[in-house]
Design a protein around this ligand. Sequence first.
Ligand SMILES: Nc1nc2c(ncn2[C@@H]2O[C@H](COP(=O)(O)OP(=O)(O)O)[C@@H](O)[C@H]2O)c(=O)[nH]1
Ligand SMILES: *[C@@H]1O[C@H](CO)[C@@H](O)[C@H](O)[C@H]1NC(C)=O
Ligand SMILES: *[C@@H]1O[C@H](CO)[C@@H](O)[C@H](O)[C@H]1NC(C)=O
Ligand SMILES: *[C@@H]1O[C@H](CO)[C@@H](O)[C@H](O)[C@H]1NC(C)=O
Ligand SMILES: *[C@@H]1O[C@H](CO)[C@@H](O)[C@H](O)[C@H]1NC(C)=O
Ligand SMILES: [Mg+2]
Length: 550
Amino acid sequence: MYHILKIFGYVFKSLGLKMKILIRFIFSSLLIGSVILLSFSNNFNDQLLDATLNGKKKKKTFHLLRSSESETSHDKLIGGLLKAGFDEGSCVSRYTTSLLYRKPSPYKPSPYLVSKLRRYEKLHKRCGPGTEAYKRATEQLDENQVRSSDKECRYVVWVATEYGLGNRIISLVSSFLYALLTDRVILVDQRKDISDLFCEPFPDTSWLLPLDFPLMGQIDSYYKEYSLCYGTMLKNHAINSTTTPPSHLYIHLLHDYRDVDKMFYCEANQAFIKSVPWLVVKSNLYFAPSLWLIPSFQTKLIKLFPQKDTVFHHLSRYLFHPTNQVWDMVTSTYNANLSKADEVLGLQIRVFSTPSGYFQHVMDQIVSCTQREKLLPELATNGSSHSQVMNTTRSKKLKAVLVASLHPEYSDELSKMFSERPSSTGEMIQVYQPSGERVQQTDEKLHDQKALADIYLLSLSVNIVTTERSTFGYVAHGLGGLKPWILYEPKNRKVPDPPCVRALSMEPCFIRAPLHGCQAKKIKTTPFIKHCENWNLGIKLVDAPDKFWW
Ligand SMILES: Nc1nc2c(ncn2[C@@H]2O[C@H](COP(=O)(O)OP(=O)(O)O)[C@@H](O)[C@H]2O)c(=O)[nH]1
Ligand SMILES: *[C@@H]1O[C@H](CO)[C@@H](O)[C@H](O)[C@H]1NC(C)=O
Ligand SMILES: *[C@@H]1O[C@H](CO)[C@@H](O)[C@H](O)[C@H]1NC(C)=O
Ligand SMILES: *[C@@H]1O[C@H](CO)[C@@H](O)[C@H](O)[C@H]1NC(C)=O
Ligand SMILES: *[C@@H]1O[C@H](CO)[C@@H](O)[C@H](O)[C@H]1NC(C)=O
Ligand SMILES: [Mg+2]
């Protein structure tokens, strides 16, 4: 296929302009035609599904119905993303998460992604902790030299930094994507509470970096000054064509990184990095979008993710399965308070100002956004009494609002609003906030577990409102496959106008993208990379066709 296209491209270049336009027209028509056909068949499937559901008891029994059918019809491997055969009891969430979603995700992993993951799992099993290969690879660290015979296993060590859970998850997804693209094995730093939060994602092996890893005593001190920090080596001109690769490199991808550190995202620099068996990565960013701008990676990525804005959605559902403790929190809240609702609206309220807390302007912003975007109904006018509204609209919907915030006052206020006066549409609004921790306490086990439970519950919503630049919100909407409404950051304690904006895609924003180096030109010309909503320093993936290569 590739060769035919190449020849065609060659011929194409030598044709006249009119001919080119004609050929493009024919191609586009064919493309549009097939898209229309495809969407027809999708609609048809949806209608079939609706008909099936309508045939059974509708509405409130929806959740129950899904569970009772679970054994037979529910897609527990989510389109082949997951591998069968794990012990189900030790990690209940792994095969049951999809039961809680009201609809299966409309985004299916590509067959190429599925086969890539299966190959990755084999590699991880072969090179993972406890294997001969792992032992040999760590011996190179002691000797600080690369043995050519042991090139088979190369690693990315993801270090748990001091930042919040959202930052950890987005950087881990990015690091895993990098490992997938470069045939490396990812190992995660388990000294913080990662194993209280997540089950093992790969079969018959472990992703936890063993505590006796030879560099364990040093990695906390790795920073920009470290002599084997890749950016620092570049700065010191310590790498040239004759340099023998060290057995490990420290890759500094934290928000305070320098232009030399950002050289990591250049195609030319990847060649040297490739020869280093151990990469120790510290990051708090979602750097996946910049991997798409490295040409040799882009070719693979387009095959892995034909729908380009699904990277985080697929990889997070693949990697993160909450432990039974966390899953109990999620399912108990879900079953007690959310399952009976017709619809769930997720509201993630993060207040970045200092001091943080409850502010009237934030409350006003939430009300303004949700009403303007018709996510919540307006309150009935003063004239109509409660009973009148209730009487005319007895069979109207029950809408649950799931609030995630450190501050419990937001849900208290919302709840009061809707209990004092009925909504103009007669919809019943019930407000729930599972946690209200007041202050961030990262690495406090129960606190982090509640945070993860909140993220999962938010991801189960039908619609979601998140806070600008909150990585906590990124994870919730990405996991849920939801394109959020984003609350703008208030300035001078005023409600921003407009209060919120619909996101360009469900992907997280890479808030500190390398805008000026080797990627500068490609950022401008790549159709599926856009600057983030209201944040020009960031970039994010959106779904757009690849640029025609001629
Ligand atoms: N349970 C819970 N914890 C939260 C919430 N918002 C913030 N936190 C805590 O504060 C941390 C915020 O850091 P992070 O997850 O990186 O999100 P970000 O700072 O908003 O980008 C979280 O990891 C939680 O520990 C919330 O809505 N619910
Ligand atoms: C390459 O770098 C090393 C230091 O790492 C230096 O000693 C050597 O002279 C350099 N070689 C060239 C050709 O620049
Ligand atoms: C959620 O469900 C629990 C258990 O049934 C109940 O005690 C609690 O009051 C509910 N929360 C709200 C806000 O209704
Ligand atoms: C509602 O109407 C009553 C009198 O009819 C009035 O006293 C009250 O201020 C009104 N409330 C609002 C919020 O307009
Ligand atoms: C409620 O609705 C019924 C019929 O829909 C009507 O007969 C009745 O008068 C209404 N009651 C009130 C209080 O509006
Ligand atoms: Mg954070």
